[in-house]
Design a protein around this ligand. Structure first.
Ligand code: ADP
Ligand code: MG
Length: 243
């Protein structure tokens, strides 16, 4: 359902994504691993145009975008097809938990407030935050804030969900609760790309692992192969750091 071809992204002279080509099937869960600075976040951000690629193609469902000549209408369609869960949650600090989730539904999806609230409540219940609806993000634990971030992404009902190191900012004791919620989403035939340093989690939930380094995809394959029998020395070195 997603095909990326020859994607290139530069920041000034720094070529951060160098010819990225990848395929994601409907319902697949992709884990992206790799060292800091290898371009993982930039790749996710290009997929929903939080960053504009310099060149390459992004095909998502029926949309085909040549990023060198994309028009506003296509970009708009593309951005509506994915939602992102950020490392640092990126919640609206001056909005309540409930408002954080309804905002996109009301503003972007033009949903009536009553309907948006109903929908948001249902999703917040699933992530265990019904008791915190009226609280502001600052009053929540990191784990609770990230669950709001997940609820907000889920509420948009996008064909693709993007997770950028969703547990990296959390205190260790809060990681498992958030991973469990993400894991429960993987069981819903939802297409997901998850950037993570949680190797056991990646191994457990993903259909395919992609190892990135220095703006390239070095290796990709089923988790058992990439983790247990990496083809490249750099993949093996990277993975062994987590042993
Ligand atoms: P990762 O997520 O794998 O750690 P990133 O995609 O965040 O890597 O960053 C890859 C490279 O791009 C890094 O060298 C980083 O400094 C650079 N970079 C990322 N975002 C920007 C930006 N907005 N402006 C300039 N350089 C950036
Ligand atoms: Mg990153």
């Amino acid at each position: 359902m997603l095909t990326i071809k020859n994607l290139v992204k530069r920041f000034g002279d720094n070529e951060v994504l160098k010819d990225i080509t990848m395929d994601v099937g409907q319902g697949e869960v992709i884990a992206i691993i790799g060292p800091s600075g290898s371009g993982k976040s930039t790749l996710l951000r290009c997929i929903n145009y939080l960053e504009e690629p310099d060149s390459g193609y992004i095909n998502l469902e029926e949309l085909s975008i040549d990023t060198t000549r994309a028009n506003k209408k296509d970009i708009d369609r593309l951005t509506r097809k994915s939602s992102m869960v950020f490392q640092h949650y990126n919640l609206f600090k001056n909005k309540t938990v409930l408002e954080n989730v309804t905002e996109g539904l009301i503003v972007t999806r033009k949903m009536k407030k009553k309907e948006a609230v109903e929908k948001a409540r249902g999703i917040l219940e699933k992530v265990g935050l019904l008791a915190q609806l009226k609280q502001y993000p600052a009053t929540l634990s990191g784990g609770q804030q990230q669950r709001v971030g997940i609820a907000r992404a889920l509420a948009m009902d996008t064909p693709l969900l993007l997770f950028d190191e969703p547990t990296s900012a959390l205190d260790p004791e809060l990681v498992k609760g958030v991973l469990d919620i993400i894991k429960s989403i993987t069981e819903l035939n939802q297409t997901m790309i998850i950037v993570t340093h949680e190797m056991n989690f990646a191994k457990e939930v993903s259909d395919k692992v992609i190892f990135m380094e220095d703006g390239y995809i070095v290796e990709e394959g089923p988790p058992k192969e990439v983790f247990d029998h990496p083809k490249h020395r750099r993949t093996a070195q990277f993975i062994h750091q987590f042993d």
